[in-house]
Write a protein that binds this ligand. Sequence first.
Ligand SMILES: Nc1ncnc2c1ncn2[C@@H]1O[C@H](COP(=O)(O)OP(=O)(O)OP(=O)(O)O)[C@@H](O)[C@H]1O
Ligand SMILES: [Mg+2]
Length: 159
Amino acid sequence: MIRFKTTSPEQTEKFGREYAGSLCSGDVIALTGDLGAGKTCLTRGIADGLGSDSNVSSPTFTIVNEYEGGRLMLFHFDTYRLSGPDDFLMSGLDEYFYRGGVCVIEWSDIIEELLPEGTVRMKITGDGNERLFECSGPENHLNYIEEAARKAGAEPEEQ
Ligand SMILES: Nc1ncnc2c1ncn2[C@@H]1O[C@H](COP(=O)(O)OP(=O)(O)OP(=O)(O)O)[C@@H](O)[C@H]1O
Ligand SMILES: [Mg+2]
């Protein structure tokens, strides 16, 4: 588990931008945290870091937005309105995991049991301008995350 704190939305975005440089085809990043935690803010940084020039906002009318134009496709999910894992499967959304892009999933707890092996999990909490990121996943990703947090100037947090 890697823990660090950001102190502004810009810093969260910068972390995402730095981390994006380490992402590979098929990576899945599962985000949890309340309304306004910073899940979309982080995704915006990742999209930018992948080189997509699209404007990232929460998918409002669909469950997933597709961003192209970058080094890898970015599939940005917001599963908030799904009733559960069955709903996700019935819509065939699990196919996105195998389409060779990067998947970032807001409210991933709703489909927790469907997340593929190797998924990177980030839990975001906090208030004001401070956010604590608690990250778990494969060792190589924990190293990328630690490095990206350092480059973004985010404060490491002890366990
Ligand atoms: N350190 C920080 N990191 C990220 N966002 C921050 C931070 N400090 C303050 N904020 C503010 O918190 C809000 C985060 O909004 P964002 O849309 O990213 O949240 P979200 O987790 O996607 O919420 P939702 O579940 O509604 O989609 C923004 O208004 C942003 O300016
Ligand atoms: Mg959001």
